[in-house]
Design a protein around this ligand. Structure first.
Ligand code: MN
Length: 132
């Protein structure tokens, strides 16, 4: 058993090259060896979001606080509340972030996955139709 206390890790600003708006990231790399798991706790301020990206392995988003807005390319923007889990399949082009009306925190678990960053999510894309 290995523990990764949140307080033992230093939050840092998310890379503005890959995020729009204000987001703070706490990295916990290599929390498991097989599969290799990287954990990222990310707090997004309202309307902050990642750029479009893909992962080479599955990514699980565990929504801790607030409402998470997420979109797979070619599908509507969707929102889920705290306590929800989102599974993103390898290779799916997608983004995730906070709803416009409040901050959101998720823990992202990347399983045997590297990330390929694409273009920023435009305001028009972000404001796309939402589903409950
Ligand atoms: Mn992702």
């Amino acid at each position: 058993m290995k523990l990764f206390p949140l307080a033992a890790h230093t939050p840092q600003p998310a890379d503005p090259a890959n995020f729009t708006g204000d987001a703070t990231l706490t990295r916990m790399d290599g929390v498991c060896a097989a599969p290799h798991v990287n954990a990222y706790r990310v707090t997004f301020q309202p309307a902050a979001r990642t750029a479009w990206h893909t992962h080479s392995g599955p990514q699980l988003l565990l929504v801790v606080e607030g409402r998470c807005r997420v979109q797979k390319a070619g599908e509507p923007v969707q929102e889920v509340e705290a306590g929800s889990v989102v599974c993103i399949e390898p290779g799916e082009r997608h983004w995730h972030g906070a709803a416009p009306d409040g901050p959101m925190t998720h823990v992202a678990l990347n399983l045997d996955a590297s990330t390929t960053w694409l273009h920023k999510v435009t305001d028009t894309e972000y404001a796309g139709s939402t589903e409950p």
